[in-house]
Design a protein around this ligand. Structure first.
Ligand SMILES: *[C@@H]1O[C@H](CO)[C@@H](O)[C@H](O)[C@H]1NC(C)=O
Ligand SMILES: *[C@@H]1O[C@H](CO)[C@@H](O)[C@H](O)[C@H]1NC(C)=O
Ligand SMILES: *[C@@H]1O[C@H](CO)[C@@H](O)[C@H](O)[C@H]1NC(C)=O
Length: 348
């Protein structure tokens, strides 16, 4: 709980200067005018399955058609959209703040150094434009991102599932929110658990959601810690570590490891297939990042890694449950938030 405090303060300062709507700001609720008049807080509705059934009945088809289109252009799209949704939810909740561009007044989450490798914002902007043509002003960018992530999992060979909707869009995005909340590739289980807890997620969610690394790429700079003896996070499979190092240093041609912008797959067995091989890799010592491999090294998480490696149903069920749980964190519903017209700006 201690680590939540700075973020709340940031949001509250924003509220005081009139940039926010007060959501998620306990100081505002406690000391604001409303509470002095003893008006009970408005209870906002939860997300619902089929939320747009009458207001935008074709929504899932539109999203599916556009995601499909972009996956055909670039097979790495699903991993990137899934990652965008995760980063939206962990930084200040699933309210589309990761999609907002910086303004003259405010540096957005997107421009945090830790967000530098996020990608495919234009895919969300494209889906939003397609949705606006059929259902203008109805569907939030936060929901479009959630649906795009869910569709991405299915298109990569993972489970098909429904997600509850009715998120509304936030109007502000703080660089500091991303910096304060994103888990790091160099973290071990203790730090990862603490980081996930900030986003309302637990150790089971950590293991299940890490399974998303069955697809997607990773920059070499995200695992340089594993070659630093002082940090003591080596590769259990030393030959695998050497292979990656050789790749990342341009096979000896460019010794400056850290400045290279090279990327490798996170699951080298089946890089674009949403399957259980991420967990199998951990067991055989071929996790790429410290935050991956430590899930097997740590006795608290090793049993789940073993289970997911051998039982696809168990992994898929747990992944779906954790995605839905993550998708409910910090949402704006009911009269909170707005429906953006374009996902990169809160200007209506
Ligand atoms: C639903 O959306 C898809 C994709 O944009 C479109 O091809 C189709 O015509 C739409 N169907 C209806 C009934 O509007
Ligand atoms: C918003 O930011 C993206 C990069 O995240 C950029 O490509 C795009 O041009 C920006 N849009 C506008 C209208 O400034
Ligand atoms: C695999 O996991 C599912 C879901 O948790 C469970 O019902 C099933 O019994 C498991 N299968 C085996 C062989 O353990």
């Amino acid at each position: 709980m201690m680590r939540i405090a700075p973020l709340v303060v940031i949001l509250c300062i924003a509220t005081v200067v009139g940039l926010g709507d007060g959501a998620g700001c306990p100081m505002h609720a406690a000391f604001g005018r409303r509470s002095l008049k003893q008006v009970p807080p408005v209870v906002q509705p939860p997300l619902q399955f089929g939320y747009y059934a009458t207001s935008c009945p074709n929504l899932t088809n539109i999203v599916a058609e556009r995601v499909n289109f972009w996956v055909l252009q670039d097979i790495r799209t699903p991993g990137k959209l899934l990652r965008l949704f995760f980063h939206d939810c962990v930084a200040a909740g699933c309210e589309g703040s990761i999609l907002l561009n910086s303004t003259a007044a405010l540096q957005a989450e997107k421009d945090a150094p830790i967000s530098a490798t996020l990608d495919k914002f234009f895919v969300i902007d494209d889906i939003k434009a397609a949705v606006e043509l059929q259902c203008p002003g109805v569907v939030s960018c936060a929901d479009i991102l959630a649906l795009a992530a869910v569709k991405s999992v299915a298109l990569a060979g993972g489970p098909s599932f429904d997600i509850d909707l009715g998120r509304r869009d936030g109007t502000v995005s703080y660089l500091a929110a991303a910096t304060a909340s994103d888990p790091l590739s160099t973290m071990k289980v203790d730090a990862l658990v603490a980081s996930m807890a900030l986003a309302g997620l637990d150790i089971n969610d950590l293991v299940a959601l890490s399974g998303a690394h069955t697809i997607g790429e990773v920059h070499c700079t995200s695992f340089t810690d594993r070659y630093d003896p002082a940090l003591n996070t080596p590769f259990p499979d030393a030959a695998f570590g050497a292979e990656l190092q050789a790749f990342c240093t341009g096979n000896g041609a460019a010794p400056d490891f850290a400045t290279l912008n090279l990327k490798t797959f996170m699951d080298l067995q089946s890089p674009n297939m949403f399957d259980t091989s991420y967990y199998v890799n951990l067991i055989i010592g071929r996790g790429v990042m410290t935050s991956d491999q430590d899930l097997y090294n740590d006795p608290r998480t090793q049993p789940m890694v073993n289970q997911f490696a051998t039982n696809r149903t168990a992994f898929f069920d747990a992944f779906i449950a954790s995605m839905l749980k993550m998708g409910r964190q910090g949402v704006l519903t009911g009269t909170n938030g707005i429906i953006r017209k374009q996902c990169w700006t809160a200007q209506l």
